[in-house]
Design a protein around this ligand. Structure first.
Ligand code: UT7
Length: 331
């Protein structure tokens, strides 16, 4: 039976480092508050001219290089983002053009923080079905241009950040490795706990001066509600993806949780009874880059040797939608 395997990974973050002290000069916050509540020390923000697609392009080139493949070898692109460069079209088509693949399909996935896991599940299904052989899966976000940097927006502005991660997947007949399965969900009744209201096609016009005056174009979050659901849904989903294959958390080689907040990752680790060695976190350096956190962390783990062939990996995420889910992979 065909399975999808990872052939290469890559990441890209802006070179502009924004420290907690930098934020304290924009709003009423402090390095101490941010570290204590989120674990974040610094994050990256784009400079004008750098975009979600340009970050995705750098990450994709790095993933292709690791895979020893050329852009022309890519048969399809699945591009996860909640912050496209434009309202329409999505980022995938711009990446297709700038990377210089053939005129291959480019599908945007809008599942926010769970975007990379949803995107992987699409690529996995396409590979298993024999529809496409080599698929580029990307998570890329620019959150910094959509945040309220005044004190009113401080509970979101200190968390979210910019970055991109990419992976090239391909088929194998070796059923001892590759993507094993998924557990994915959504609960739209909770959508407005973490959302960007405008621009929206339900408004006439889609965006107005009044929307902007009211801050409805900013990312809005009820942090406590999101936190409360995240620490339940992620462990529940990890257990489910394992249990469906007769496995338990003790079998995990490495868990890469979506980097939402270090306190959330710590609670997920505790709830699953995992050791420090079984969980990878890098939110201290990059903040929460939404759909990009998992592929960025994966690339760091692959390049540093933290992930080795044969390891059982679990990716898990939770975020706006609400959407959540997990992926199980034998590396
Ligand atoms: O990617 C997935 C989606 N996102 C998440 O998973 C995030 C989940 N939520 C969280 O991580 C946390 O809710 C936050 C870190 C965002 C906020 O922490 P919290 O403990 O829930 O704080 P809060 O918003 O309830 O605010 C507590 C206090 C408030 O002050 P008062 O009213 O008690 O005087 C806030 O005004 O902390 C204040 N506060 C801040 N103070 C300094 C909120 N943000 C800040 C800040 N700096 N940046």
């Amino acid at each position: 039976m065909t399975r999808a395997v990872f052939l290469g990974t890559g990441m890209a973050v802006p070179d502009r480092v924004v420290t907690n002290d930098d934020l304290a000069s924009l709003m009423d916050t402090s390095d101490e508050w941010i570290r204590t509540r989120t674990g974040i020390s610094e994050r990256r923000w784009v400079r004008e001219g750098e975009t979600g697609v340009s970050l995705a392009l750098r990450a994709s080139r790095a993933a292709l290089e690791m895979a020893a493949l050329a852009p022309a070898d890519i048969d399809a692109i699945v591009y996860a983002t909640s912050t496209p460069d434009h309202f329409a079209p999505g980022g995938g088509v711009y990446l297709q053009d700038q990377l210089g693949t053939g005129p291959v399909p480019a599908l945007d996935v809008r599942a926010q923080c769970s975007g990379f896991i949803y995107a992987l599940s699409v690529a996995d299904a396409w590979i298993r079905a024999g529809s496409y052989r080599r698929i580029l899966v990307v998570g890329s976000e620019v959150q910094s241009t959509g945040m309220d940097l005044s004190t009113e927006g401080r509970h979101t502005a200190v968390i979210f950040a910019d970055g991109a991660g990419a992976a090239v997947l391909g088929p194998t007949d070796d059923d001892s490795r590759g993507i094993i399965g998924f557990d994915i969900h959504s609960e739209g009744a909770q959508a407005e706990h973490l959302w960007v209201d405008a621009p929206g096609s339900m408004y006439h016009p889609r965006i107005s001066a009044k929307h902007i005056e009211e801050g409805r174009h900013f990312l809005q979050m009820d942090g406590k509600e999101v936190f409360r659901h995240a620490v339940v849904r992620m462990p529940e989903s990890v257990r489910a993806v394992l249990a469906a294959r007769g496995l338990t958390p003790a079998d995990i080689g490495l868990l890469i949780p979506h980097q939402a907040n270090l306190r959330i990752s710590e609670m997920v680790q505790k709830s699953l009874g995992l050791s420090q060695d079984q969980v990878y976190n890098n939110i201290m350096r990059y903040g929460n880059t939404t759909s990009a956190t998992i592929p960025i962390a994966l690339d760091e783990c692959v390049r540093s040797g933290r992930v080795k062939q044969g390891d059982l990996l679990v990716f898990t995420a939770f975020g706006s939608g609400f959407t959540w889910g997990s992926a199980l992979v034998r590396w």
